[in-house]
Design a protein around this ligand. Sequence first.
Ligand SMILES: Cc1ncc(COP(=O)(O)O)c(C=O)c1O
Length: 360
Amino acid sequence: MSRVYNFSAGPAVLPEEVLREAADEMLDYRGTGMSVMEMSHRSKAFAGIIQEAEADLRELMHIPDNYKVLFLQGGASQQFAMIPMNLMKNGVADYIVTGQWAKKAYQEAQKYGKVNKIASSEDKTFSYIPDCSDLPVSPDADYVYICENNTIYGTKFKTLPNTKGKTLVADVSSCFLSEPVDVTKYGVIYGGVQKNIGPAGVVIVIIREDLITDDVLPGTPTMLKYKTHADAGSLYNTPPAYGIYICGKVFKWLKAQGGLGAMKERNERKAALLYDFLDQSRLFKGTVRREDRSLMNVPFVTGDGELDAKFVAEAKAAGLESLKGHRTVGGMRASIYNAMPYEGVQALVDFMAQFEKENL
Ligand SMILES: Cc1ncc(COP(=O)(O)O)c(C=O)c1O
């Protein structure tokens, strides 16, 4: 068996210990004589799995009791509709557009009400986070929406926007559990787990209880009401059971690493290694304004499309996988999520230095 260093933006690298444990339990989960894949979601064994997963996540993120944790499906993209359907009581929402995912959410919300783009960084190809300290937040806005870490462009909000008292809704798909967060600052925190937490197919929504009501937009399907899932403990219908089981293992792994404070330190060390290299390189260049750089997704270019393609191909041959930039922006992108070891980033930097010598 040989494993590569996988820099994919998602689905992405998972902790090897977690994969091994799952392999060990594949045929017989703790004496049940079956795989978690084969198990009723109403069984005692699965009740234990989902309850423990939620308890561990609550502990990791210090989630207060007045927030629900929901394990849902439909990808992060389904939340682009669920959020307005459930939260737009006045039919108004404000969006900060800092990348393609925020833009998609903004466009989807327009189906359901009056949606204002109160800030954007599209003028400079989403390479920075706009100043959000004094935005024209609408007096009747039901919420202010951000994508906290922009997977494609590699920017991250280092301070949350001043929402002027309005509910903050954040897509944290690509920075979930990468550092401590103050949950009380948000009304809704959500993300697809396939980047930092588990296999594709699970979306975690952390939502303040007062936002979970029957007062949703007319025509909202039962499955798209937060209340449906909150009332049923995420077991209204068959949940993505195996995915939740793996998420639970990753939560335990994170606790064993020392929790989110320790992950932040580790992620900062890894990111610094790569950014410091980029800052002194004569061939490679980071594309993001320094103060807005993401710890998770690091885009870079040589400035020459052919050389970029050569780099990606040679890196792959050297066991450094999935370094091609998003199909809409080109160049390269290294996603260095929680489960990417420091040695993986070191191997990338060493390879980049060698490539620079050979190609400059
Ligand atoms: C920040 C962010 N939001 C949303 C999505 C869409 O997620 P999904 O494919 O689960 O719908 C992605 C996917 O890469 C993402 O990076």
